[in-house]
Design a protein around this ligand. Structure first.
Ligand code: HEM
Length: 492
């Protein structure tokens, strides 16, 4: 029999030399537009790199979930090489970018052992303490709300991973990690640097004209190493001098010391897993929280409704606890809508197909990079009516939604299948608790201009791999004298 050659999925035509430029900003919006022209899956061939963009939930489910065996890898030794980030900038310890295989599984299973859904209650006390600190910080310097929210997210993961108490300003490890992450944010979208497509460019000497990327990469590389080495080293030292604070790194290191048959590489795995919570967990959580603040300014009616729900349960006399969760369903809807409205990773994290495949009659070649357009999936108007509107109510009657086949919970914000975000339980609880606490004691209000008119901030997001609201201003005002007392009371 003669094999029938299937066509590649449709997509924009590439020039003779494969000289096609992918959109370099707000990719998700471009690809969502292309969906109207080319459909659910789009094929582009850029300088020898086949790329597929997945634009619908249905295609994402089929490929990433049902065919997860083929679609759960990131880069391998060939393409997409992500040469800039992984090889030149030293992010090889990040298991979110590891190829599917034994090494990734070792990392992921160690991570899961500490961040499993059933274990999130272990972290309630850390989340509560750090959120309370934020409530007080918001009273002292409300204009710095973005900084305070960031501190909460950073402090929670640093405490859990390293037992490190984050200081309010200029924390040593947070500063190190932020500097390293800045480079990742800039280089993180596949194809930002030409060297991603043409890996041999990595051999270009750094002195050469045009080799700016190499000089930049070596500066970033030092920061990347410091971020992963220094806080871990501090835990090792504390164990050695008997002052260890309970945390992920301490527990695993002590276990390792008692295990005579351990794999010598295991300490590296512990170190890598400790480092990833900050890399993957801090900015993602902050972005979601900033989306929440922005949404409250643009949709004050949502804030009123959420506060009504909180007041009915708490009578404005106490702060919420995790035990109140089941009685505050609207706060859950707000969290889901924050995750959907402007997803933190609008293009998810790229995957790699590890053998030839076929989808809907189209051929998908081995080695194709697969980019999930999470933004398009969560803004499909057939599934999320009025997708651009922030409307938590859409999630309030899941039974009715299921019957109508609409408003599915936006899990794609956390990715898909075997590589889905393993930190999602902690992330969700952190965001939920912050929102519940903030709204129970603060009113988030618009600033007033010189003519006494309210300023409605623009809903504008950055176009980086990790998208966050562009800076905006607002006011955090304690809702009452009792609210003020509750905020002060968190210090005790
Ligand atoms: C609202 C906050 C968060 C969002 C929206 C988010 C979203 C995501 C997404 C979209 C992925 C890629 C999944 C895929 O390829 O299908 C991912 C991966 C990952 N996330 Fe999160 N995340 C958040 C918070 C966290 C936190 C707090 C942690 C750690 C404590 C974390 C740890 C990870 C790790 C380790 C991976 C890599 C998984 C792998 O490749 O196997 N995330 N996250």
């Amino acid at each position: 029999t003669v094999a029938v050659k299937r066509p590649l999925p449709p997509g924009p035509p590439t020039g003779w030399f494969g000289n096609f430029n992918l959109p370099s900003s707000y990719q998700w919006l471009h690809y969502a537009k292309w969906k109207e022209l080319y459909g659910d899956i789009i094929y582009v061939y850029v300088l020898g790199n086949p790329i597929i963009v997945v634009n619908s939930a249905q295609a994402a489910e089929e490929l990433f979930e049902r065919r997860s065996r083929k679609y759960s890898s990131r880069q391998v030794q060939h393409r997409p090489v992500r040469t800039m980030v992984v090889e030149l900038m030293g992010w090889d310890w990040l298991f979110s970018s590891m190829p599917y295989g034994r090494r990734w599984k070792q990392h992921r299973s160690l991570f899961r052992r500490h961040f499993h859904k059933l274990l999130t209650s272990d972290y309630y006390s850390v989340v509560t303490k750090e959120t309370y600190t934020t409530l007080r910080n918001l009273a002292h310097s409300p204009d710095d709300f973005a900084h305070h929210l960031r501190r909460t997210a950073a402090a929670i993961v640093m405490k859990i991973s390293y037992g490190h108490e984050v200081s309010d300003k200029g924390d040593i490890y947070v500063t190190l990690a932020d500097e390293a992450m800045q480079g990742l944010g800039m280089a993180g979208i596949f194809g930002t640097f030409l060297v991603d497509y043409l890996p041999f460019l990595k051999y270009v000497p750094a002195r050469m004209p045009g080799a700016n990327f190499k000089r930049q990469a070596s500066i970033w590389r030092k920061k990347t190493r410091a971020m992963i080495d220094q806080p871990f080293q501090a835990v090792r030292e504390r164990i050695a001098n008997g002052t260890a604070i309970p945390c992920f790194a301490q527990k695993e290191l002590e276990k390792l010391q008692q295990d005579v048959n351990s794999d010598p590489d295991y300490e590296t795995i512990i170190k890598n897993v400790a480092g990833i919570s900050y890399a993957a967990g801090a900015d993602t959580t902050v972005s979601t929280l900033l989306s929440f603040v922005l949404a409250m300014l643009v949709h004050p009616e949502v804030q009123t409704r959420a506060q009504q729900e909180l007041d009915d349960i708490l009578a404005m006399d106490r702060l919420p606890t995790f035990a109140d969760r089941s009685k505050l369903p609207f706060i859950d809807c707000v969290v889901w809508e924050c995750l959907r409205w402007n997803p933190v990773l609008p293009m998810g994290l790229a995957r790699l197909v590890t053998s030839d495949d076929e989808y809907n009659g189209y051929f998908i070649p081995n080695g194709t990079s697969v980019l999930p357009n999470v933004w398009a999936i969560l803004h499909d108007a057939d599934v999320y009516p009025d997708p651009l509107i922030f409307s938590p109510e859409r999630f309030s009657d899941q039974k009715k939604n299921d019957d109508l086949g609409i408003n599915k919970l936006p899990w794609p914000a956390f990715g898909f299948g075997r590589r889905m975000c393993p930190g999602r339980w902690l992330a969700y609880e952190t965001v939920w608790f912050s929102i519940a606490c903030i709204l129970s004691v603060y009113s988030i209000e618009r600033c007033i201009d010189e003519n006494g008119l309210e300023i409605v901030p623009e809903v504008a997001y950055t176009s980086s791999l990790l998208s966050r609201p562009k800076p905006f201003k607002c006011r955090f005002i304690p809702r009452s004298e009792r609210a003020d007392e509750l905020i002060k009371g968190t210090a005790s």
